[in-house]
Design a binder for this molecule. Structure first.
Ligand SMILES: Cc1cc2nc3c(=O)[nH]c(=O)nc-3n(C[C@H](O)[C@H](O)[C@H](O)COP(=O)(O)OP(=O)(O)OC[C@H]3O[C@@H](n4cnc5c(N)ncnc54)[C@H](O)[C@@H]3O)c2cc1C
Length: 312
């Protein structure tokens, strides 16, 4: 039987913060990683207990084409025979094709599992799995929230900073400003705060109100599958096994029962608030603050408190 391919995780870093799925990719590569971006030393610290051998490249230019070429050079200098796994976060999905191109390797997007001689890719929003045979080194993006993170007791970590200059491109691109993402439109997988709505909210209009309340709280809106099936929200807002896997610090659930297909896509929120008429449903059991009340009424009251123009 063939061995699982030797892997290195390539993880883009912004201001010392690892993206969604960063630690999982490092676990998949059995603790070997290249961190590339701004304030890598802080990111190295947050990978302690998961990573054991880390290369870093400090790069202020976050354009994926530049990062891809710099990361490719770093791979050539460090572990040229290793296949590469990149978290399928927004930055990772941007970086991976440029990295694959610069390394001259095939790219396998949306992997849920990497085996000895095949990569299994999620397709049709996770409803289908496509196995792809692999021969030789490749680049794969790994879906966040599926394999989990392997924490190790030994937190010793070998850190090797690499100095690689950004390649000259023949044309000059100047970064004028990097703006924080708009919470109402950002990728749900990256959202630090999510306000979720389920079948306990009684109309399409409630979800427009929910989106406004979310925006006022600098949060993103998420929903259950019942709501996307009704056409009250689009599929990229659906949290769960057949939707988006998220990992917010705060989750506020309005009228959500907490079915396993929903909660298994919820990550590990530090704080959960749930509003539900049923105090015994799973979402209320998971909550730090469980409010037994009509979610529609609580939403209206909250909207009066937080939105600039009070709803009628
Ligand atoms: C293969 C498969 C994949 C699936 N994938 C997903 C997925 O990705 N994501 C997902 O979310 N689901 C998914 N589901 C569906 C999942 O099983 C649940 O049906 C769904 O999550 C339930 O959504 P809900 O909590 O909005 O609705 P319900 O389960 O109907 O719960 C509604 C909740 O609202 C409460 N409620 C009712 N009225 C009020 C009120 N006035 N005020 C306050 N609370 C009230 C009820 O007590 C209840 O707890 C999947 C199912 C299958 C079979």
């Amino acid at each position: 039987m063939n061995a699982v391919p030797a892997l290195i995780a390539v993880v883009p870093v912004r201001d010392g913060i690892l993206p969604a799925g960063g630690l999982e990719s490092i676990s998949e590569a059995r603790g070997i990683a290249l961190l590339i971006g701004s304030d890598c030393p802080a990111a190295v610290e947050s990978a302690r207990g998961v990573a054991r051998r880390v290369f870093t490249v400090e790069a202020t230019d976050q354009s994926p084409a530049i990062l891809g070429r710099v990361a490719a050079e770093a791979i050539r200098r460090s572990l040229p025979d290793h296949s590469v796994v990149v978290p399928a976060s927004p930055d990772g999905r941007d970086l991976a094709p440029h990295l694959a191109l610069a390394l001259g390797r095939p790219l396998h997007s949306g992997a849920i599992e990497i085996r000895a001689d095949e990569v299994r890719l999620a397709r049709q929003g996770g409803l289908a799995i496509a196995p792809v045979r692999v021969e030789g080194p490749f680049v794969a993006t790994l879906q966040p929230g599926i394999r989990g993170v392997d924490f190790v007791a030994d937190t010793t970590l070998e850190h090797a900073p690499l100095s690689i200059s950004a390649p000259t491109t023949g044309h000059s691109v100047v970064s004028v400003e990097v703006r924080p993402p708009d919470a109402s439109t950002m990728d749900l997988a990256e959202a630090p705060r999510i306000v979720g709505g389920g079948a306990g909210l009684d109309s399409d209009a409630r979800f427009a109100m929910l989106a406004e309340v979310a925006a006022s709280l600098d949060a993103s809106m998420g929903v259950t599958r019942v709501i996307t099936d009704r056409g009250w929200a689009t599929h990229e807002r659906q949290i769960g096994t057949t939707g988006v896997v998220v990992d917010p610090r705060l989750y506020i659930a309005f009228g959500i029962s907490g079915a396993v297909q929903h909660t298994s896509g919820l990550g590990q929120p530090a704080h959960i608030i749930s509003v539900n008429t049923d105090p015994h449903c799973p979402m209320m059991q998971m909550a730090d603050l469980a409010i037994v009340a009509d979610a529609n009424e609580v939403l209206v009251a909250l909207a009066h408190e937080v939105t600039p123009v009070s709803p009628s």
